[in-house]
Design a protein around this ligand. Structure first.
Ligand SMILES: Cc1ncc(C[n+]2csc(CCOP(=O)(O)OP(=O)(O)O)c2C)c(N)n1
Ligand SMILES: [Mg+2]
Length: 317
């Protein structure tokens, strides 16, 4: 019997924040090891991906990745795949140690997602613009097969400058799958500049709404807002687009909002700086520590190790 790897109870937002910080550490470590890749757009999507995999949203089974009734997550902005690999490893799809093989020859973890390589990857992406069309097909197929699988598609804001995104949006507005959720990682930059300077997207919510989507705009780094929006999206009964306002490079101060880190890995000097910032955690957690709470990072790591042990897929960081 397939199971969901996520808790059925209301998600523990503090624990999700801890997970998010560990995912950020994995991202900078694996990109440093690969000496290439895309930190900015991986880090901006961390809260969304963390909430999906660990916040009780995505119904999935690391022990049975092909479970037919699973929900699907399509990372349309495929260059951000380090965030998904980190989440998949922490969920038990493959050993956390394998993250070190990112972008290496013969690794299952290529620089963009490849269907049929790493378990948990649902679509080959990287050529921007295609993921919403793929997700729409999956959502309509589930409806035809009378399955209640939901499909979550994560798009970049630069990616939304691709025409195919709007073909898929218009087609979804026509066919109205209630199980299709688009999330835009609105970090305000694409590869070589600011969205507003290249092709502005505003009014973005109105564009989706005009094509028949329900929308909600959130702070994509506020874990509670992310969880609430994702929970709402599964109950909306219509195609939903969540516009997540984010910061490119979020969590590493010298990367935040600096688009030089769109596609440049942290150097030997930058890695320890990044990791020490991610070790410190955010002010809210520091407050909790100051008030005498248990060390939240230790707690999160212990629970990750325990879940990795219990599913026999290795552990550690
Ligand atoms: C069709 C296509 N054109 C160009 C590229 C090269 N490219 C890779 S990432 C990127 C920028 C994407 O920007 P955005 O979607 O905003 O991603 P993020 O800011 O989250 O990294 C571009 C143009 C590509 N991967 N696919
Ligand atoms: Mg962007």
């Amino acid at each position: 019997m397939a199971r969901s790897a996520v808790p059925a109870a209301a998600p523990d937002v503090a624990a999700l924040r801890d997970r998010a910080r560990i995912i950020r550490r994995h991202i900078v470590e694996m990109l440093h090891e690969a000496a290439s890749g895309h930190p900015g757009g991986s880090l901006s999507a961390v809260e969304v991906v963390t909430a999906l995999y660990f916040g009780g949203i995505l119904r999935h089974d690391p022990e049975n990745p092909e479970w037919p009734e699973r929900d699907r997550f399509v990372l349309s902005k495929g260059h951000g795949v380090p965030v998904q690999y980190a989440a998949l490893a922490m969920a038990g799809y493959f050993p956390v140690d394998e993250l070190r093989t990112l972008r290496k020859i013969d690794s299952r973890l290529q620089g963009h997602p490849v269907l049929g390589t790493a378990p948990g990857i649902e679509a080959s992406t990287g050529s921007l613009g295609q993921g919403l069309s793929i997700g729409l097909g999956m959502a309509l197929a589930a409806r035809l097969d009378d399955m209640d699988s939901r499909v979550f598609v994560l798009l970049g804001d630069g990616e939304c400058q691709e025409g195919q995104v709007w073909e898929a949006a218009m087609a979804a507005g026509h066919h109205r799958p209630a199980n299709l959720i688009a999330i835009v990682d609105y970090n305000k930059f694409q590869l070589d500049g600011a969205i507003e300077d290249i092709i502005g997207l505003e009014p973005l919510a109105a564009k989706w709404e005009s094509m028949g989507w329900k929308t909600r705009e959130i702070d994509g780094h506020d874990m509670q807002q992310v969880v609430d929006a994702l929970e709402w999206s599964t109950q909306a009964g219509e195609p939903v687009c969540i516009i997540a306002h984010t910061v490119k490079g979020k969590g590493v101060s010298f990367m935040e909002g600096d688009n030089a880190y769109h596609g440049v890995a942290p150097s030997n000097e930058e890695l320890p700086r990044a990791l020490s910032e991610l070790e410190r955690g955010d002010p809210e957690e520091e407050n909790a520590r100051a008030l005498g709470s248990a060390d939240v990072l230790d707690r999160a790591e212990a629970s990750i190790d325990a879940s990795a042990e219990s599913n026999g897929k290795g552990g550690g960081r």
